[in-house]
Design a protein around this ligand. Structure first.
Ligand code: NZQ
Ligand code: ZN
Length: 383
């Protein structure tokens, strides 16, 4: 597959990056005077690390909503929708990691959803979503997902056991504050997950095509180089600003849409990984440490040239083979503390069938060749 597709790319987000970037909220008047702001956050980490106080210097919310959980719940977001409507909110400020930001994007769209009784239906009928009346601003505290400048959001309906991915340009944030210092307090395992997540974001946009766009290839390889060098350093020296700043920016650019311009994307490792998270309860990045090598092995022949290119250009292997691309990836994940086999968690094998069943009638991956049987093959391979 080597077509260079036409594309339209627009990134409306005002990205304020660096130490003390929150102050730009006031300096650049990023929240209009008189806006009715709802500040949304997670389980309380921002109250322990000072981010809450810092943001409150520049923002006077009408109401606050705390308690968005990791892998945000549709059920929780609906409580926020009710409060936002009761308070005539027109500006949603998310302060937290990917879960808080994704939850906020969903809340913005759910506030306007009238097409059916249940806003969760938007994940299968996104064309019926109306433009949010509330603008979205974000203050990021975890470098990982890239959600701070992109159009994606992932929400779990725990009642339906469904972790759904939404894509809608209308929820690209109006502004994003990315201050690497905000993530200094992250526990080591969260940074490890962030390093693996951002690596896999690039891979899902890099691996499923060959010789499509020289620019996108070189962007991907540059970002992968930074993730594989600054990533391990920022895990070992969490308070080193330079390492953290390099890694945070790489994580933002890994999934802001620019690496997807003109090329065939994959996302099979993510689709299967989301189900692994739902059924086995592992964090998002931890699920990808297993599913990414699994998908690479499954499509080794189809992606052979690109896997070899990955090994050569990112990991410096001369005369590399496809196998080298896969082995370098696994070695990198394990070197930063990732677990690449499901058996290492003592997972119950019986969920394999349930997870695979979710893919009946669907075809995923860059080559549209992964469905029920193939997901079973991949899961059995990574067990
Ligand atoms: O809830 P609080 O108390 O804030 O604690 C959080 C949470 O427990 C904590 N945390 C956040 N910032 C911290 C901190 N702890 C200490 N210091 C800080 N500075 O970290 C825990 C995990 O947070 P979470 O937001 O869940 O992590 P992450 O940013 O990795 O987001 C994961 C979610 O994003 C989705 C995933 O599926 C998952 O639901 N994704 C979203 C994407 C997107 N929108 O583009 C793409 C990704 O591929 C991914 O699927
Ligand atoms: Zn991800």
């Amino acid at each position: 597959m080597n077509t260079f597709n036409n594309f339209i790319f627009q990134s409306p987000t005002i990205l304020c990056y660096g130490k003390g970037a929150s102050s730009e909220i006031e300096k650049k008047e990023l929240i209009p005077k008189g806006a009715r702001v709802m500040m949304i956050y997670g389980g309380g980490s921002i109250k322990k690390n000072g981010v809450y106080e810092e943001v409150k210097k520049y923002v006077k919310p009408i109401v606050e909503f705390g308690g968005i959980e990791p892998n945000p719940a549709h059920e929780t977001c609906m409580k926020a929708v009710k409060i936002a409507k009761e308070n005539n909110i027109d500006f949603l400020l998310a302060v937290g990691g990917g879960s808080v930001i994704d939850g906020t994007k969903y809340i913005a769209l759910a506030m306007e959803w009238t097409a059916t009784e249940d806003p969760f239906d938007m994940f299968t009928q996104m064309e019926k979503a109306s433009a949010p009346k509330s603008k979205i601003g974000v203050v990021l505290t975890i470098p990982a997902t890239g959600t701070e400048t992109n159009n994606l959001f992932v929400v779990t309906n725990y009642g339906k056991k469904d972790k759904a991915l939404g894509c809608n340009d209308l929820v690209k944030p109006y502004f994003a504050i990315v201050d690497p210092c905000h993530s200094f307090t992250l526990p080591k395992n969260q940074i490890i997950n962030g390093v693996i997540d951002s690596y896999v974001h690039v891979i899902e946009q890099y691996i499923g095509h060959y010789d499509s766009s020289a620019v996108v290839d070189r962007f991907c390889e540059g970002i992968l180089k930074v993730i594989t060098t600054a990533g391990p350093k920022t895990i070992e020296e969490p308070n080193n600003y330079k390492y953290r700043a390099d890694f945070c920016l790489a994580a933002t650019y890994a999934l802001n849409g620019i690496l997807a311009t003109g090329i065939q994307q994959c996302w099979a490792a993510h689709m299967i990984g989301h189900e692994v998270t739902t059924y086995y309860g592992v964090a998002h990045g931890a699920s990808l440490a297993m599913t990414c090598p699994g998908v690479m092995r499954f499509n080794k022949e189809k992606n052979a040239k690109k896997l070899a290119q990955l090994a050569e250009r990112v990991f410096g292997i001369e005369n590399a083979t496809a196998e080298d691309g896969i082995n370098c990836t696994i070695k990198f994940f394990e070197s930063v503390g990732g677990i690449t086999r499901m058996s290492k968690y003592n997972f119950d094998h019986s969920h394999v069938e349930e997870i695979a069943s979710k893919f009946k009638g669907r075809r995923i991956g860059a080559h549209h060749d992964i469905s029920y049987e193939e997901v079973k093959t991949i899961l059995n391979d990574i067990f």
